[in-house]
Write a protein that binds this ligand. Structure first.
Ligand SMILES: [Zn+2]
Length: 117
C-alpha cells in the first residue's frame, strides 16, 4: 500500500519524485486521507439496525488520516470502555456513547453534530 521506507529519488527532469506514489513530492498523496475531506463536520450517530443490543455509535467526518484515526479510535474506545472498529474512515464504537463522545471530539476543536436517533 504505502511505501514509507524508500527515500526520495532525484531526477533533474521532473524534480523530486516520491517513490511511494510516484508523484512529484509537492503532489505526493502518501499519508493523506484517501477519502474526500468532507464538509469539516464530525457527525456522531447511532446505528441499531441489524445490531445487537444498544447498537453502535458511528463517528464520520473525522479529519485524520488512517494512522491517526486508528490511534484516536483507540483512545475513544478506552474512554468508553468498549470495543470498536474503523471502516472506510468511519469509527464504530460498540454501544450508544454519543453523550460521552461528542465532548471528546469537541475538545479536538472540531465542529461536532449529533445525528440520527
Ligand atoms: Zn507519495
Amino acid at each position: 500500500m504505502k511505501n514509507r521506507s524508500g527515500g526520495l529519488v532525484y531526477s533533474t527532469e521532473q524534480g523530486k519524485m516520491c517513490p511511494g506514489c510516484r508523484n512529484p513530492v509537492d503532489q505526493c498523496t502518501c499519508g493523506k486521507p484517501e477519502r474526500p475531506a468532507g464538509d469539516g463536520i464530525v457527525r456522531v450517530s447511532r446505528e441499531t439496525k441489524g445490531r445487537k443490543g444498544k447498537g453502535v455509535t458511528l463517528i464520520t467526518g473525522i479529519p485524520l488520516d488512517d494512522k491517526e484515526l486508528k490511534s484516536f479510535a483507540k483512545v475513544l474506545k478506552a474512554k468508553c470502555g468498549t470495543g470498536g472498529t474503523i471502516k472506510d474512515g468511519v469509527v464504530e464504537i460498540q454501544g450508544d456513547h454519543r453523550d460521552l463522545l461528542v465532548p471528546l471530539l469537541q475538545q479536538k476543536g472540531w465542529t461536532v453534530k449529533k445525528a440520527g436517533g
